[in-house]
Design a protein around this ligand. Structure first.
Ligand code: FAD
Ligand code: UDP
Length: 396
């Protein structure tokens, strides 16, 4: 039997960061991944000589210098700045919501005129403390922007009424009274030259990885107590070939517990990718959002513009949101009150699994961007190291 310090479930960014750091510290890791490839949702692959983001547009952005320096060890980043365009019927708007958007919406030119227009629109609504996404959006940008650019897009993206969604989702987007179409406020932003997969490849270099195998198929049913007497193992594979002391689980936390407390809800997506060898520039921008409800997809991305591609041909992807069902990929946790309460109950169950750690977008059921994913993985590494040293780390 091959014995490891850690079994890491999921070869996404969280699992790979943890595996890389623990290996550096002399621990042995075995990574298992249910998909046929590594890198999870940040997986990119070349098509028509263009790096295609196979699971939707991924733009790295962060305010955390430590994380930026960290990720730059694994790839060189270009100077891409995300500036999506929104199409509503036959109208076109710049995003995020800024003076360009307000000028296009109302013909206003100065910040004061824009603020006055928004104030007029929300006066009658009397929103003091926004309780949900709709109230949050209305109080920030008024009814016109809400109706044309937010309501339809959000309801198709999340499959729920804006009143049933948490306000924080819309607070992800900057709101500015200057002419600036940068989608993010973070000082560091870019796309890795050569794609994202290389980052995870480098992290997992020299580490044992088994692809195409889910944890549920891999793990053997056994009496943990008997095993722990020999070498401190807490898990063993079904075929008895692999054993490990501790587990990091980056899949769905409710699935780990066999959905015993009920299902957490997730939002899924269907990606429809089209190669267009005869066309060099399909939409003139990397990301174009379709904000009206009647169009079933939310956005079209044209991958070559992430890398300022000038070659022949182009590849586009339409993104169709869908409710998650077993067998599909759960891309987004739906962090409303009901799901957060259920997640807390699973978190309590997790506390009893003393040799199992949970991490990542699915393991922690949080809407993490890539920078936060790396930050959380590095924090978990610190906690593990401290645990071995007998030190307790108290988190703020
Ligand atoms: P994942 O990438 O989901 O990795 C988890 C891995 O575990 C997967 O490979 C999965 O197959 C595997 N797995 C799950 N269950 C099991 C199991 N039972 N057995 C074995 N393997 C299992 N972030 C940004 O910073 N900028 C962006 O522009 C951005 N855009 C995004 C767009 C979309 C459409 C989505 C969905 C996400 C976006 N993100 C973006 C977020 C980014 O994808 C995440 O931060 C990151 O991928 C999280 O890494 P992870 O390892 O937690 O999860
Ligand atoms: N959003 C919107 N209109 C847009 C773009 C975004 O209403 O044109 C809302 C929508 O609710 C979305 C949220 O803002 O879920 C966050 O947008 P972001 O681009 O960060 O979404 P992600 O990249 O995570 O899918």
């Amino acid at each position: 039997m091959k014995q490891y310090d850690y079994l890491i479930v999921g070869a996404g960014l969280f699992g790979a960061t943890f595996a890389y750091e623990m290996t550096k510290r002399g621990k042995s890791c075995l990574v298992i991944e249910k998909r046929g490839h590594i890198a999870g949702n940040i997986y990119t692959k070349k098509q028509l000589d263009i790096q295609v983001h196979k699971y939707g547009a991924h733009i790295f952005h962060t305010s955390n210098k430590k994380v930026w320096d960290y990720v730059n060890q694994f790839a060189e980043f270009n100077h891409y700045v995300n500036s999506p365009v929104a199409v509503y019927k036959d109208e076109l708007y710049n995003l995020p919501f800024n003076m360009n958007t307000f000028h296009q919406m109302w013909g206003v030119r100065t910040p004061m005129q824009a603020k006055r227009k928004i104030a007029e629109q929300i006066e009658a609504l009397n929103i003091t403390e926004p309780q949900n996404l709709e109230e949050q959006a209305l109080s920030l940008v008024g009814t016109d922007v809400y109706e044309k650019l937010i309501k339809g897009y959000t309801e198709k993206q999340w499959g729920r009424d804006c009143k049933e969604l948490p306000a924080f989702i819309i607070k992800r987007l900057p709101l500015r009274f200057i002419y600036d179409n940068n989608y993010f406020n973070d000082p560091y932003q870019g796309i890795p030259k050569g794609g994202y997969t290389q980052i995870v490849e480098k992290m997992l270099d020299g580490i044992d990885v088994i692809r195409g195998t889910s944890f549920q198929d891999f793990v053997g049913k056994f009496d943990g107590k008997a095993l722990s007497l020999e070498g401190g193992l807490s898990g063993i594979s079904e075929d008895g070939q692999y054993g490990w002391k501790r587990t990091l689980y980056t899949g769905m936390i409710d699935e780990y517990f066999n959905f015993q407390l009920g299902n957490l809800e997730y939002r899924s997506l269907r990606f429809e990718t089209e190669e267009k060898p005869e066309e060099d520039n399909y939409q003139g921008n990397a990301v174009v959002n379709y904000t009206e409800r009647e169009i079933p997809f939310t956005r079209i991305i044209e991958h070559k513009h992430f890398e300022f591609g000038k070659g022949e041909g182009t590849v586009i992807t339409r993104e169709y949101p869908a409710e998650w069902k077993p067998g599909e990929e759960p891309y987004y946790p739906i962090n409303n009150g009901k799901n957060n309460t259920l997640y807390t109950a699973y978190e309590n169950l997790a506390k009893n699994e003393q040799q199992v750690l949970f991490g990542g977008r699915l393991g922690q059921y949080k809407y993490f961007d890539m920078d936060k994913t790396i930050e959380e993985a590095l924090n978990l590494v610190d906690q593990e190291v401290a645990r071995e040293d007998g030190v307790t780390i108290y988190k703020k």
